[in-house]
Write a protein that binds this ligand. Structure first.
Ligand SMILES: *Cc1c(COP(=O)(O)O)cnc(C)c1O
Length: 360
């Protein structure tokens, strides 16, 4: 598909851009351009692609995304390697997962090549927005929504695929601080047969009340239990979990349809096995978590996702009280894996897995 290039009539002045990316924070600074690709069933599918100025998207008030939430997204990062080359981390996995989410939400799939091409073009266009700060990256947000004006409940016939860039600083200002997490006993994130494995907005809308409860309880994040038995630990609002034991084994919950299949999770599974450690994908219960933390059998718990990479879990709180993991500080394996993954992503360590896609 040919991309139209629409010249930006008034790009951000250089001084303003440099000020914005000097301390970009996370998710609040945006570059000048975006990619938009349109889909119309009547026109035979995806029919027009454009790279142009980032600006508001006109939307009919009856657009079905506003009523029935047909929406999916991805979260991925572009890095600058030593020497200045821009690179993506396992972007084919994001393209694949995007289409898995699309299928679950009765949305059209986007050819993986087109997904990757959109990202390449946008990163190239806006690379002067790359934050010149320690741990800086482009947080890329590809998303798709139903734009057809129609109030009946059925899959829409028109969609927009959009990519924007948020130049971002390090998720943690001073290295990864252990997080305190709140066990949600009143709310669940995903039920068997539901949409938990899809990156779709509704899952996050439903997580906001339990997340607010976590904050009220003095915690950073919420952890969800399974919807049926309210016993098995699933994941945080946007991060997968790993448990490290004193016998050298590591456990992460299996992907049974209620957990988001994280690309960081998949990468860590491979790195853990390469460390010679035993990695088991098996259910782990909240009661066992507390018992193992108290007996000392559990040494570490780590949370992982694109935004924060690998983060130690220090304390777990619920209506039944609190428990601490290890000494409450960052564990050894957590920090080792974090450093290794960051080094691979940023080109400081050899990419033996073919995970890094260089862009120029
Ligand atoms: C995106 C996401 C993750 C992490 O996925 P990564 O591919 O590692 O970024 C985990 N859980 C949820 C609910 C998510 O939305």
């Amino acid at each position: 598909m040919l991309f139209d290039y629409i010249t930006h009539p008034s790009p951000t002045p250089e001084a303003e851009r440099l000020a914005a990316i000097a301390d970009p924070g996370f998710g609040k600074c945006f570059s000048d351009h975006m990619v938009v690709i349109d889909y119309d069933e009547a026109k035979g599918g995806w029919f027009s692609a454009a790279l142009g100025p980032r600006k508001p998207i006109p939307l009919d008030p009856a657009a079905s995304v506003l009523h029935y939430a047909q929406e999916i997204f991805e979260g991925m990062k572009a890095y600058k390697l030593d020497g200045g080359t821009m690179a993506l981390f396992r972007p084919e996995e994001n393209a694949r997962r995007f289409n898995a989410s699309a299928r679950r939400m009765a949305m059209p799939e986007l050819p993986e090549k087109l997904f990757l091409e959109s990202i390449r073009k946008l990163v190239e266009q806006d690379k002067s927005w790359f934050p010149p700060v320690e741990g800086g990256s482009f947080y890329l947000r590809p998303f798709m929504f139903a734009s057809e004006a129609f109030l009946g409940v059925r899959p829409a016939k028109q969609y927009k695929f959009v990519v924007i860039i948020s130049p971002s600083g390090s998720y943690f200002k001073r290295g990864p601080a252990p997080v305190k997490i709140w066990v949600s006993q009143d709310y669940v994130r995903a039920a068997p047969g539901g949409t938990g494995a899809a990156k779709t907005g509704g899952n996050y809308a439903a997580s906001l009340v339990p997340q607010a409860e976590a904050i009220e309880q003095g915690c950073d994040q919420v952890v969800f239990l399974d919807a049926v038995e309210r016993k098995w630990i699933e994941e945080l609002g946007g991060m997968n979990l790993f448990y490290v034991f004193d016998d050298g084994s590591v456990v992460t919950p299996p992907l049974t349809g209620t957990i988001l299949p994280g690309i960081t999770r998949d990468s860590l599974i491979q790195l853990i096995r390469e460390e010679g450690l035993e990695l088991r994908e098996e259910p782990y219960s909240i009661d066992q978590w507390r018992a193992d933390a108290e007996s000392g059998k559990l040494l570490e718990t780590m949370a992982c996702g694109t935004a924060a990479v690998v983060t130690p879990v220090g304390t777990v709180a619920s209506h039944d009280g609190e428990f601490t993991i290890g000494s409450g500080g960052p564990g050894q394996l957590t920090m080792k894996l974090r450093e290794k993954l960051v080094a691979i992503q940023r080109g400081a360590m050899e990419d033996t897995h073919g995970w890094v896609m260089k862009l120029d």
